[in-house]
Design a protein around this ligand. Structure first.
Ligand SMILES: Nc1ncnc2c1ncn2[C@@H]1O[C@H](COP(=O)(O)OP(=O)(O)O)[C@@H](O)[C@H]1O
Ligand SMILES: O=C(O)[C@H]1O[C@H](OP(=O)(O)O)[C@H](O)[C@@H](O)[C@@H]1O
Ligand SMILES: [Mg+2]
Length: 373
């Protein structure tokens, strides 16, 4: 798969050139630059979508309704029994099929509730992805988001489901599977670009969504993504902290608030291009996560990725729940070289971050209840 610039969709006409026959959508990996994981706790984040990795979903009209498994990501095909067991031990039992199933369910039920008519034609749905699996780059929601977009176009209802509602529906698909997560991934993947997100309780309760503001992507300094093949289930990492928060644990509640407050400062910092301050905020963000989740839950290898960057003076934090790290080198190119060397020695992959521009098309923009959102 090759990225097709800012447009994540590819719609092929049928033989007589009329109705679209095949619909394909991409959704890109996301980096939580500041504030995550407070998105799941009425907090705030600044997040971006990156071109480096993406998932794609393909919808083809078909007489039966088919949800197709992926030959490698769904573990239906392995080189040997020992390879199968090894992958089950590292990645768990599940692949993307359950995400496609849940997307169909949530989409259909929402349309029913809202009185949105869906025609009776069938389709087959298949997916592919190059997002490093379960590494906190939103690989799961990328599959859901791309599938959701295919359904919007197949049923021609893109104009009927507001952009700001879509991230919650995409999250509901994962919630239906028991995956504990917040909204930031889905917001970034629906909107594209660089986003400031405010999930304050009042707004969430009243509107059912947060306030999402697209920021100029040129405000982002050069960033690097560090990752390793070390899959972990984000839902499992999140569950104990979520439970403590629900139980009223004062430390978790105040730390989550502090993480969310970093974003207020972070927004000003970005707008003023005060990148030295940005570095401090990124580091503080990870330190707070470490205190809340504990080293055992975060994993030694994931912590080492953060430490490798810090040893050369770079700022670093998790992009998501663990497995990948976003690093910023305030001292410029020589520090980037030192970081690249250090990552190579430690066996970690490192790539410069390429930001995806806004993904909203004309129809999407018209669905927004407020142009500011
Ligand atoms: N690359 C992938 N291919 C297939 N399914 C995936 C992939 N990544 C995630 N999933 C599915 O999503 C679930 C949740 O994954 P998660 O830990 O949230 O990954 P990520 O950090 O990439 O979002 C997994 O248990 C699996 O069912
Ligand atoms: O912990 C985080 O920062 C994020 O974890 C999940 O993302 P993932 O890419 O699956 O690790 C979760 O979905 C996000 O809402 C959290 O902010
Ligand atoms: Mg996920």
């Amino acid at each position: 798969m090759e990225p097709n610039g800012s447009s994540p969709s590819l719609t092929k006409a049928d033989e007589n050139g009329s109705a679209p026959a095949i619909i394909e959508h991409k959704a890109f990996a996301r980096i939580g630059l500041l504030g995550n994981p407070s998105d799941g706790y009425y907090g705030r984040t600044i997040s971006l979508n990156i071109e480096n990795f993406w998932a794609s979903v393909r919808l083809e009209p078909s007489s039966d309704l088919l949800i197709l498994s992926h030959p490698t990501h769904d573990l239906v095909k392995s080189a040997s029994l020992s390879q199968l067991v090894n992958r089950l031990e590292n990645e768990g039992y599940y692949g993307g099929v359950r995400l496609l199933l849940a997307t169909c369910k949530v989409f259909t039920n929402y349309c029913k509730e809202q009185g949105i008519h869906l025609h009776n034609n069938n389709f087959s749905l298949s997916y592919d992805t190059n997002i490093p699996r379960q590494t906190g780059l939103s690989g799961s929601s990328a599959i859901v988001c791309a599938a959701f977009s295919c359904l919007l176009d197949f049923y021609k209802v893109r104009d009927k489901i507001a952009v700001e509602i879509r991230p919650q529906l995409i999250l509901n698909a994962e919630k239906d599977l028991g995956i504990v997560a917040g909204l930031q991934d889905r917001v970034a993947q629906v909107y594209g670009g660089l986003l400031y997100m405010d999930f304050n309780k009042e707004c969430m309760d009243k509107l059912g969504h947060g306030i999402y503001t697209q920021l100029d992507t040129s405000l982002i300094p050069p960033l690097h993504l560090i990752y390793a093949e070390n899959p972990s289930d984000s839902g499992k990492v999140h569950s104990p902290v979520r439970q403590r928060w629900l139980d009223g644990d004062k430390f978790i509640i105040s730390s989550m608030e502090e993480v969310a407050n970093l974003v207020l400062e972070g927004k000003t910092t970005l707008l003023e291009k005060d990148y030295a301050k940005l570095a401090t905020l990124m580091n503080r963000n990870f330190d707070l996560r470490r205190q809340m989740f504990g080293d055992a839950a975060l994993g030694a290898l994931n912590i080492e990725m953060v430490e490798v960057a810090r040893r050369v003076g770079a700022a670093s934090k998790f992009t998501g729940s663990g497995g990948a790290v976003v690093a910023f080198c305030p001292d410029g190119p020589s520090q980037v070289d030192a970081l690249t060397d250090a990552c190579k020695k430690a066996g970690f992959s490192i790539v410069p971050v390429k930001v995806v521009p806004s993904l909203l098309n004309e129809i999407d923009i018209r669905t927004q209840s407020s142009k500011v959102a």
